[in-house]
Write a protein that binds this ligand. Sequence first.
Ligand code: ARG
Length: 587
Amino acid sequence: MDMFINKITKTISEKFEENGYDSEYGKVNVSNRPDLCQFQCNGALAAAKKYKKAPVAIATEIVESLKSVDIFESLSIAGPGFINITVKDSFLVQYINSMKEDEKCGGSTEEAPKTIVVDYGGANVAKPLHVGHLRSAIIGESIKRTAKFLGHNVIGDVHLGDWGLQMGMVITEVKRRNPELPYFDDNFTGEYPKEAPFTIDALEQIYPHASKLAKSDEAIMEEAKQATLELQNGRRGYVALWKHILNVSVTDLKRNYAALNVDFDLWKGESDAQPYIPDMVKYLKDNNYAYESEGALVVDVSKEDDKFEVPPFLVLKSDGSSLYGTTDLATIIQRTQDFSPNEIIYLADKRQSLHFEQLFRCAKKSNILPENTELDFIGFGTMNGKDGKPFKTREGGVMRLQDLIEIIKSAVREKVVQSDSVSEDQVEETARKIGAAALKYGDLSNQATKDYIFDIERFSSFEGNTGPYILYTVVRIKSILSKCVEISSKEGISITGPYSDAERDLMLQLVKFNEYINVSFKDKAPHKICEYIYDLSNTFSRFYSSTKIVAEEDINKKTSWVALISLVQKVLELGLDLLGIEAPDKM
Ligand code: ARG
């Protein structure tokens, strides 16, 4: 559907044009003085400069010619030439009713959909998923859902870290513990065991231990590097062992991501880029993009006008092993072959921005990136504890995501247990949904690039700008509707009115839905969706506290209100779904 505000803009633009001015001056904004008018057009002021005429004179001409249009309740000229606009209720209600009939509640569908790869999640195999990966998963999921909602063809890829040094560390540590395993026997020609030689719990112990050892002992570190290189070169036993590490890890990761309602279309990793690396390296060398520097193979990606130093992009280490950037560059080739994307969006900690700058420059300079593919990096800030430092466990260790989810869930559970409306057997499921909402909304309501403070009390509060508050609004509407079952919520909103101010405000808030979704996607800013559903919830609250819906005896009024609030419910649920949040039935 066309955006509500665009419909008004279009009407006014036509009049500018009819009167001999550029149509662009007809742009309409939501009024910042809702006490005076609903919308405003300031174009006469800008037009006045260009056409060397008094702004009020232009505004008067426009208002005069708008008199033939019957969608306006009032048009007036304010100050130096602003046009204050209020639309007719019938025009507003007509739009609301068409939103109701639309399965996307007026959300637009892209006429020229793009193919977009969203690279998010980025968990590292064999390492526990920690809060640092939380933001990538949560923000990426929301961007992916919003793009899909708008009709783009979107592929979400978890891009696991499964090809780096940590793999070599784990392999050498397993070898130290169980040297008798066939994976380390060069003469072994049989079938490797189907069962992994460790559980996820054991694996999670192995990595931190191995990493500590390697960091304190140079020989062990050397061994880990060598093992990594041999794995990358396809040493049979190592590859077999690595597959076990991957399987055990991925099973666990899937469970964790599912708890967050995060769902990837692709479970690829850095390792999947390996087959593309040899040809890529050859190409970079043959075309003189890459050269040797201190034994390593690099591509110069600096630019003359750089304000800060951009070091060369590392293609291969001096021992010939590939790095984080190598697999990222080769993955661009892979994605191009598989999907010919128009855009690749990466989500990672903003401290990785230099890496992505180098990667993007290298991909463009070497023409590895097709000309019509856009690369976009969304660097997010850190989730901090109340002390302003990166969030840690009480012991000062890295907080595991699983534990974090549990912490917030128990904070919510306490409240759910006290609620009369939630039956005992529903407590767990309800607490899970509200807990996930608290966590995700707490994150998403902040601008992604900013650091934020993880505040359990605030995030899990049922009041204020929180996930639980939005869920509570949905649950409240569901409860009201369940008391009005005699009325079909499929009916439209009454076109005759009259409407209370609170009712009209609610409708004016509803019609902004499509606009916010589009802006949120354009700016890759899920917090704008949060902003919208929070405002909608508040506007609904004001309407509800001034309207006795359930007790209303006038059936026409009641039907209209039921229609209106069921649309509010649907829009809130769509908005929540774009954030990857689901509402319980009761809370
Ligand atoms: N695995 C990386 C990390 O934990 C994040 C991956 C981000 N995506 C990418 N294509 N580099 O830091």
